[in-house]
Design a protein around this ligand. Sequence first.
Ligand SMILES: [Zn+2]
Length: 671
Amino acid sequence: MTATHLGSSPAATSLGELTFDLGEDEVRRRATSQLDRAQQSLEALVSAAGPRTVANFLDPLNVLLTDVRDVGSHGSLLFSVHTDPATRTAGREASEASDRFFHAFRLNREAYSALRELDLSSEDAPARFAVEKMLREMRRAGVELDPSTRERLLRLNEAIDLTGNRFSENIANQERSIELASSDELAGLPKDFLAAHPPDGSGKVRITTRYPDFQPVMTYADRADVRRRLLHEFANRAYPENLPVLAELLARRNEVAKLLGYPNYAAFAGEDKMVRSPEEVRAFLERLAGLLRAPARRDLETFVERKRRDHPDATSVEPWEAQFFGPGYYDQKIRSEQFGVDMRRLRSYLPYGRVRDGLFGLCHELFGLDFTRANASGWHPSVEVYDVTRGGVLLGRVYFDLIPREGKYTHAACFIVREGLEGVRLPQAALICNFLTAGTPPETTRIEYPQVITFFHEFGHLVHALLSGQQRWLYNGQGNLEWDFIEAPSQLFEEWARAPETLARFAVDPETGERVPDELLSRLKASASLGRALSWLRQVGLSAVSLDLYSGDPAGWDLSAMARSAHDRYSPTPLPSEYHFEAAFGHLNGYASFYYTYAWSVVIARDLLSPFFEDGGLTSTAVAARYAKEILSAGSERPAAELIRAYLGREFRFDAFEQWVTEPAHLPPAA
Ligand SMILES: [Zn+2]
């Protein structure tokens, strides 16, 4: 199937010519000229005489705003992936300039009046819903307020963007580390980790708080003191520098909420989500905690029992002994000793090339999508570029950037590269992850199993972006979906990496051609629920932190004490007083008060899986087709609750999540 086939409409929708190989001056010049052009078009549109119509006002406004959104997307992509630091800075500035444009647009009285005057009586429901969302966004920005308040809001929002960026940058840039007297202190770690961390001239080894160091050490290091020291540094990243930055961010957002007539920022932010108010979020968290406390206690008892083999008097586990901020030592021990799950053995069946092709195969079978290598380059020679077609029709383009390098974004995320608009242009999106290693052949490089799950998760966002990127209106795309629903499709995708029947399809050792043994898959399945309730209860605690900190004016608050108290309200193990994780809790910027999104989305995601299980399993093509149509392709053309109802044929329920999260690990009888 050719990858360059374009849509059949005469005004062929195109990918557009995107260039990533740009210097800082060129990035600035392009962003400035695109935003200036958009500003002039906007002024011409709002000042035009005569009646407003969809054709003479809404259509051009839609394209103009999409172009502005693209300036921001392109800028933030360059900021996250470009090899030249100066270009990264220029990318960040372009993204901030695009945000400033939107802040000003939302407060533009003329545009607001023009939108309200539009006659939409002959338009379809998605068009009316798009305009309704634009008007709501403008009202929520304060467009109806007096000029001096609008001016104050504009300045505040610009300041919030800058403060938020400073908060995130402090987390990204401030690496902390511990120094070990010798490699002996790393007993228990895999050989490749030791090889990558050779001692310096005096025999010492430095271990940083970056994830590629932190995760293996917390999981495998036999020396508890090494884990304790590293976790102490990790839990104090960006501390104390970020505390005043956080206080400023909270204060400014609180002021915005007050000016707009809300009691606090959490109340403001809740209004356009599925969960409407902070009270509803609190009730949700309480309900979840009620489900999770007993199974989480069971998880903890299992960890303490295992610890007693090493320390017969143990009555509890410390944060550096069991999962706290991620992986845990005893967690891993129990999986390998009692369940016989050897993660290193599992890893040998997970070469990147096979995993990726397995994912493509599933997407073909379930959603009819075909991924073909594109004759195009990305922003780095290692970036893979694919064109995506369905039934021979080009849907968009995707980029995979999977190898870490200096200055690159260090987590895993799906970035929008270009917004799609039906009949005008096709969506493009990128997976920015870091699970491959520079200098090794990617096709045969093995991926850790948790990273395979992350890969599937981010791929879920990517497929959602592609399918929802065929909407006519920018405001009906993925980017305008209720924020507490956007994680559901990606969490659902994870299940294809977890379920033995789908995992078995692509988990093959490339050297021997051997498929992953059934026995290893069933051990993995039996151990899967170990620690699950505990980790979701921690998510409830973190959600409470994000909600509490945005519940009022932070003047005079002790942010660390508040964060600790919210965390300890739910966590079965208290947060040590010398930890200041709130200084590096990056979501307090991007997600503000709605960190509960992850927990809320997973409850929905578990329920969205139910029709698959009722129809024979995860590869039911009938259910997949309904899912693609009612959820993925629908973008945000209707409220999320309606999309869910259309797909499930009912309201969503807690049952599937409750069953999943309370199912005990099937611990085999002691040997
Ligand atoms: Zn996600």
